[in-house]
Design a protein around this ligand. Sequence first.
Ligand code: SF4
Length: 407
Amino acid sequence: MKSIGTVFKVGNGPSSSHSVGPYSAAKFMRKYYPDCDERKVYLRGSLGLTGKGHGTDRSIKTILPDIEVIFDMDTPESELPHPNTMDFYGYKDGKEVHHVRIMSIGGGQLSIEDHPNKEAIEVYPQKSFAEIYDYCQEHYLNLAQFVFEHEDEDINYKLHSRWRTMQAAVEEGLQQKGVLPGGLELERKARHLFNNVSHNESSETAMARLVSAYAFAVAEQNASEEVVVTAPTCGSCGVLPAVLYYAKHNKGFTDDEICEGLAVAGLIGNLIRTNASVSGAECGCQAEIGSACTMAAAALAHMEGLPLDQIEYAAVVALQHFLGLTCDPVNGLVQIPCIERNAVAALRAINSVNLARFLHATRRISLDNVIETMYQTGLDMKEQYKETSNGGLANLYKIDISDVSRE
Ligand code: SF4
């Protein structure tokens, strides 16, 4: 498996595969193919169908302002190497001088046809949780120690840096008021959730309100195209920070302890993207929100000092009950149902850890089994439920907005 550093990317929302990935693709084109006087890019598959709402054209034009962006809504996915495919063309004196096919494969990662990927360096020989478990048992390591043993020495610095960016997203999101951009006229709710303490509020209600406020804060920043950390994607970027921010400010965990949790979350995200997918366009929302919930549950279980068996149980519970979750963003915007879903998943991560304390000895299903099941379920899912905005809520909840592009 690759470094966990590539699970956590910093970028502008609203979508890791539809804005962070295409932004990196445009940078790649500018760097390696500078020599042309005209450019075109065809956004195909899910990028063609939901790229406008996700701001894909704006992300690419930030780097290549003069490029012509064409939303291809006709090429069927069966004819594409990946549901998020971009075909970049360059011309000089009216003649085509290059064609580069780039796939945005989830979490901001790219796969570039006929081009070696520097992210492809393997740092972990293990590819399954079972192998990691055995290694840790044999060497008396916990999961964070396992990560630090395999990664470069700068990983701790990187994790602290990502954690600072996550905290900034929570804190900035909690300050904001008003309506989110895009035309759905959706009010921001994080600030209201944070401040709206109910009379005689129980500790359970306070926990639910605060964790939700933190998740909404980050997800709303993402929807506003502000800077977030993929965890593992932009659409699901509020889940892990919400759980960790709550752990710091309401449970007293230190930044060092939280960065250990982040290492564990990165390891679990790494397992999922290696053995399945973190792309909504490939496997539905189970791959985004389900993965984020699993990462957050494992992180918290580790921070709370649970043994490996219980960490695995918490991760299993977190992912198992998101199996089959479809991706159906209304109007192609990462707002409905995405923002609320981040809060639901953050609360579920905490509940998964609590359940794991009591029931881990009865576990029948392994984390590797659930990850494989998630992948197979995603492949079996009909195309319209995988980030096309042609199925589910996006199909039944119709709202007439004249301008989702905000240009
Ligand atoms: S529904 Fe889930 S997978 Fe789809 S855009 Fe929203 S958060 Fe991402």
